[in-house]
Design a protein around this ligand. Structure first.
Ligand code: ZN
Ligand code: ZN
Length: 418
């Protein structure tokens, strides 16, 4: 049955979606969202555990012999002032880790992920004849800071609840609603956030001979870091090193004591990633030594997302499945995505193959007449995307397809005995 023939999303789920959208919560503060998920899981017969990895929720539904499929939804929102004009827009504020009062918005659409997984859970619990095995559903905190998946693993996710045979999930995207994007192999980029502090010796700007100038040290480091991608990686490797912040000093005639650089990297291959991070550290230490610094610089990894690498066979299986669901021409390869996602951590730590797709949530109107992926890609540059204050997935058919895709994937990986 194609989605077009399926019933639209039940009103209670639409209500939950709008309620979640109006009540966003920051990373590791998703207590309200977690309790909505936990109540729903209990009502549908799942063994439910809250507080896994601080605010995560795990639901287990056993349905006879068979493999285990992990279905994952992330729950956290962003410090963004919503400007969608939606009737259910967020006006909520929160407190970030640094104690700042910030506006909150589900600007990445994790409310869509939670709602779709709840819908799939109800559908699968009510239709146990259509699958066999174990459903392991994971409502994950803190995706936006790249820490939630690891927090759940560190809290014994796979030791306490078992190891999955596949990790399945989706991310809503500005692709037009009615489309799904999936790419075999490397899909989302690995990303590392690095904080570098260079230490010099401060003093009067008129007496450089009595100082070690961290501003010059930082400037030389920024330039030398440009050679990591251009001179140390192969032409066939894809990587980015960006110095997004350079902070030092207060006044023109004071040489400061230290300088700080914030560096962001992207890559799609673990070997490229580790070589790049090692090169950054080597250059930082060498530039400090070259400047005569008497104190070693510090190089701190603020966060690290591995690349999301989709299983090749699993992606082919999902593509066929979703084409059956949406009709021909509606499952597209979105190309390499430079955004990052920590769902890959769940797959890597459990050893299970990962199948993670993009769920179209964009208003289809601007895409009218775009017949090819290239034409669609050009329009995608002009419509609000994830993390924008204007990002507003359309409720239908996004929810219906998101629920249908998760449920269909679960059935495909947990087939009922013939
Ligand atoms: Zn995001
Ligand atoms: Zn996201």
């Amino acid at each position: 049955m194609t989605i077009a023939a399926a019933a639209p999303t039940a009103p209670d789920l639409v209500q939950i979606y709008q309620d979640l959208h109006a009540h966003p919560e920051l990373s590791f503060q998703e207590t309200r969202t977690a309790s909505v998920a936990a109540q729903w899981l209990r009502a549908n017969g799942f063994e439910t555990t809250e507080g896994v990895g601080r605010t995560g929720v795990v639901g287990i539904l056993r349905n006879g012999d068979g493999p285990t499929a992990l279905l994952r939804a992330d729950m956290d929102a962003l410090p963004v002032l919503e400007d969608t004009g939606l009737a259910y827009a967020s006006v909520v504020r929160g407190t970030d880790l640094d104690g700042n009062d910030v506006p909150l918005m589900h600007a990445c659409g994790h409310d869509v992920h939670v709602t779709c997984l709840l819908g799939a859970c109800r559908e699968l619990a009510a239709d146990r004849g259509s699958w066999a095995g174990t459903l392991m559903v994971v409502f994950q905190p803190a995706e936006e800071v790249g820490a939630g998946a690891q927090a759940m693993i560190d809290d014994g996710l796979f030791d306490r609840f078992g190891r999955p045979d596949v990790v399945l999930g989706q991310h809503v995207a500005p692709l037009p609603a009615g489309f799904i994007g999936i790419r075999p192999g490397p899909s989302f980029a690995a990303a590392d956030g690095i904080r570098i502090t260079l230490f010099g010796r401060g003093g009067h700007g008129s007496r450089p001979e009595a100082t070690v100038d961290p501003v010059v040290m930082a400037a030389a480091t920024v330039l030398r870091l440009q050679t990591v991608v251009s001179r140390e990686l192969a032409g066939t490797d894809v990587a980015v090193v960006t110095v997004g912040a350079l902070r030092a000093g207060t006044k023109e005639n004071i040489i400061p004591d230290s300088a700080e650089l914030l560096v962001s990297t992207r890559s799609y291959d673990e070997k490229v990633r580790s070589r790049m991070v090692a090169a950054i550290e080597r250059i930082v230490r060498a530039e400090a030594a070259a400047a005569g610094a008497t104190r070693e610089p510090t190089v701190e990894l603020m966060y690290g997302f591995p690349a999301v690498v989709n299983d090749i066979a699993g992606s082919a299986k999902a593509t066929e499945l979703f084409t059956g669901l949406l009709g021909p021409g509606r499952v597209v390869d979105p190309g390499l995505i430079t955004g990052s996602e920590d769902v890959g951590v769940l797959a890597a730590a459990s050893g299970a193959p990962c199948v993670f797709w993009l769920l179209g949530g964009g208003d289809p109107a601007p895409f009218a007449g775009a017949g090819t992926v290239e034409q669609m890609a050009a329009i995608l540059n002009d419509v609000p995307s994830n993390h924008s204050p204007h990002f507003a997935p359309v409720i239908e058919p996004t929810l219906t397809i998101g629920i249908g895709a998760l449920a269909a994937a679960a059935r495909a990986w947990l087939p009922a005995p013939a």
